[in-house]
Design a protein around this ligand. Structure first.
Ligand SMILES: [Zn+2]
Length: 367
């Protein structure tokens, strides 16, 4: 469904546009002014004249879009006047520096969720409930089968898996920005890397270069992480048995894997909740951990927004909108647009034809 003409937000070929602020939210193409919810590649694209984003995401945005971009860093909760609109960014709990964006003008308020989750995550600020007349929510995991357990519980499972195979390297594959750092922070939170625990000196967690590149931003943000080393810094021929390694899915079955003798492998993703997804990709184990809201989290957030009109993007947008209308009596529609097609990091369920279009080889990633 298109947005009603004359609304505060409209859908243009470049993406969601707020005429009052003369700004696009997470535009798909270069525009003069972009309001960015977070630094994942399908939300933050190069070539825009001016970027507004939460300060905690600045280092990663500059790393990904170019050091020279014109970026206006903002704080969570701060109110900005942009053109004729009042705009504020509020924590989305998705990844470091992620935000929901609230816009208000002409007596109308809209909230754009970006990607968000409600589970506690020690690597970023928690989701903050915000109210608005209209809420645009994502629905990547918009089915009742998706219900997440806590990150601490998943970290404990991972620790058991790792410790049960001291004669092998244990390689976890996870999305490089956000998921990998959350995994490290969740492991630190259950003691990994502290005195006498696994992951301490001489047994640091090893990182693929793509993961390593994101670490300075997290360390500078003060996120508590266990000691890590780049895998490439280990002397050649060193026995890496008993080491935990974190790498991007693109490294799975690549030449990079050759230095690990008979490693055990696991994939970490919300999609691991789908039967068969792990086996199809050739991982020995799957751990279910997502940086998106699960079904109860989506419903809770829609209700918490107090919105009288809801639009749904990504994933099962039809199903969530129907549920909201029929069960919760909230006016809700899927939002037409290129949201799903524009997912560069594979937001679709695994095994869906075309799901990995344009995803640079990491089709099971959640962005
Ligand atoms: Zn994302």
């Amino acid at each position: 469904m298109p947005l009603p003409p004359g609304s505060l937000l409209e859908l243009t070929p470049q993406g969601l546009y707020c005429r009052a602020a003369a700004a696009w939210i997470d535009p798909w193409r270069p525009v003069p002014r972009a309001l960015i919810t977070h630094a994942h590649a399908d939300h933050a694209r190069p070539g825009c004249g001016e970027y507004w984003a939460v300060g905690a995401s600045e280092a990663i945005l500059r790393q990904r879009l170019g050091a020279e971009i014109s970026l206006i860093p903002v704080n969570y909760g701060q109110l900005h006047r942009i053109g004729d609109a009042r705009v504020s960014f509020h924590s989305a709990g998705h990844v470091l520096g992620s935000a929901q964006i609230r816009l208000e003008a002409g007596g109308e308020s809209w909230l754009v969720s970006g990607d968000y989750k409600r589970c506690a995550d020690p690597s970023c600020a928690p989701f903050v409930p915000v109210q608005a007349d209209v809420f645009i929510t994502e629905a990547t995991f918009g089915l009742p089968i998706y219900r997440w357990q806590s990150g601490a519980a998943v970290a404990a499972e991972i620790l058991r898996w790792w410790q049960a195979a001291p004669e092998r390297s244990s390689i976890l594959f996870a999305y490089t920005f956000g998921k990998a750092q959350r995994l490290l922070a969740e492991l630190a939170a259950i003691g990994v890397g502290t005195g006498g625990q696994p992951g301490g000196e001489g047994n640091e967690i090893l990182l693929h270069g793509a993961v390593e590149a994101l670490m300075p931003a997290y360390r500078e943000a003060g996120v508590r992480l266990p000691p890590t080393r780049p895998a490439s810094a280990m002397p050649r021929g060193e026995n890496l048995a008993g080491r935990l390694v974190i790498a991007p899915p693109a490294a799975h079955r690549s030449v990079w894997m050759k230095r690990f003798k008979l490693p055990q492998t696991a994939f970490v993703s919300g999609w691991m909740a789908v039967r068969g997804a792990r086996r199809r990709r050739g991982y020995e184990r799957g751990f279910v951990l997502s940086d998106h809201a699960d079904w109860p989290g989506l419903i809770q957030s829609v209700k918490g927004s107090g919105a009288s009109q809801v639009y749904v993007t990504h994933g099962n947008s039809d199903g969530l909108a129907r549920y909201l209308r029929e069960v919760e009596a909230i006016s809700a529609e899927p939002l037409e647009g290129d949201f799903q097609q524009q997912r560069t990091d594979g937001g679709d369920a695994p095994g869906v034809p075309g799901a990995s279009r344009g995803n640079q080889g990491d089709s099971l990633e959640e962005s």
